[in-house]
Design a protein around this ligand. Structure first.
Ligand SMILES: NC(=O)c1ccc[n+]([C@@H]2O[C@H](COP(=O)([O-])OP(=O)(O)OC[C@H]3O[C@@H](n4cnc5c(N)ncnc54)[C@H](OP(=O)(O)O)[C@@H]3O)[C@@H](O)[C@H]2O)c1
Length: 230
C-alpha cells in the first residue's frame, strides 16, 4: 500500500487531499497541529473504511517535526508522497511597509522553513519514485511582478517556490520529483466566503501530482495540472 504524509490536513484543502488519496488506496498519514481536530479528521476517514492515521505535527516547530518522524518511522518502512499543505495567512490588506518583523518571521517559519525541515527529516523514508508536492499560491509568483494583497504571505510562497526548485535540482538524481502547485481561490477558512472553487477542485492538481503525473515532471509550478510561471 502506498503511503502519503499530508500536513495541515485537519480541514480545508489538506483534508480534501487526504480524502482523495485515501479513495485512491493510499495509507494517509494525516498530520495536524491540533490533536482534537486532527484525530477527529482521521477518524472521519477511518469511518469511511479508509486507511488513515493521525500524526501530531506543528510544521512551525522542528522538535514537533522530529517527534512526528520518530512516531511515523516506527510504524511504516517507506513514504511515497509528502504533501506540504499546512499554511497560514497572517497578514491581509496592509502594505509591506507596515508588516512587522514577527509577522514576517512567523509566516516564513510555517509556510517555507517548515516545508524544508519536513523534507530534510522525512527523506530517509523516501525512495526512487517518491513525490513531494508543495501547496503554494499564485500570490508567490514573481515572473510578472509581485502580488501585494498579503505581502508576508506572498513572500513566504515565493520562498516556498525557491525551496521547491532547490529540492527538485538536488533530488533529481535520486528519482524524487518535487513540484509546487497553486490550488486556485478555494472555499476554505483561508479562502473565505467569496472564493469560487470547491475544495475538491482545489485539491485536484496536488492529488494528480501525487499519483498520475509523469515521474519525470519535476521542478515545476502548476495550476489545473498545467505549468505556470514562477
Ligand atoms: N484557500 C485558498 O484560496 C488558497 C489559495 C492559494 C493557496 N492556498 C494554500 O492552500 C493551503 C491550505 O489552505 P486552506 O485554504 O485549506 O486553509 P485553511 O482552511 O486555513 O487550513 C489550513 C490548514 O493548515 C494548518 N496549519 C496552519 N499552521 C499550521 C502549523 N504550524 N502546523 C500544522 N498545521 C498548520 C491549519 O491547522 P489549524 O486548524 O490548527 O490552524 C489547517 O489545517 C495553504 O498552504 C494555503 O496557503 C489556499
Amino acid at each position: 500500500m502506498k503511503t502519503a504524509l499530508v500536513t495541515g490536513a485537519s480541514k480545508g484543502i489538506g483534508f480534501e487531499i487526504a480524502r482523495q488519496l485515501c479513495a485512491k488506496g493510499f495509507h494517509v498519514l494525516l498530520a495536524a497541529r491540533n490533536p482534537h481536530a486532527g484525530s477527529e479528521a482521521a477518524s472521519q476517514l477511518v469511518r469511511q473504511k479508509y486507511t488513515c492515521s493521525f500524526v501530531p505535527m506543528d510544521v512551525s516547530d522542528s522538535a514537533s517535526i522530529r517527534e512526528a518522524y520518530r512516531q511515523v518511522s516506527t510504524k511504516i518502512q517507506h513514504l511515497d508522497v509528502i504533501i506540504n499543505n499546512a499554511g497560514v495567512m497572517l497578514d491581509h490588506a496592509q502594505s509591506i511597509l507596515a508588516v512587522s518583523e514577527s509577522l514576517l518571521l512567523n509566516t516564513l517559519q510555517t509556510n517555507a522553513v517548515g516545508v524544508l525541515t519536513i523534507v530534510q527529516t522525512f527523506l530517509p523514508l523516501m525512495q526512487r519514485g517518491g513525490r513531494i508536492i508543495n501547496v503554494s499560491s499564485s500570490g508567490g509568483q514573481i515572473a510578472h511582478g509581485a502580488s501585494t494583497f498579503a505581502p508576508a504571505y506572498c513572500i513566504s510562497k515565493t520562498t516556498m517556490n525557491a525551496i521547491t526548485l532547490q529540492l527538485a535540482s538536488t533530488l533529481a538524481s535520486e528519482g524524487i520529483a518535487v513540484n509546487a502547485m497553486c490550488p486556485g481561490w478555494v472555499q476554505t477558512d483561508m479562502g473565505g466566503e467569496g472564493a469560487p472553487r470547491s475544495v475538491a477542485a482545489g485539491a485536484d492538481t496536488a492529488v494528480w501530482l501525487a499519483t498520475e503525473a509523469p515521474q519525470a515532471l519535476t521542478g515545476k509550478f502548476l495550476r489545473d495540472r498545467k505549468e505556470i510561471s514562477w
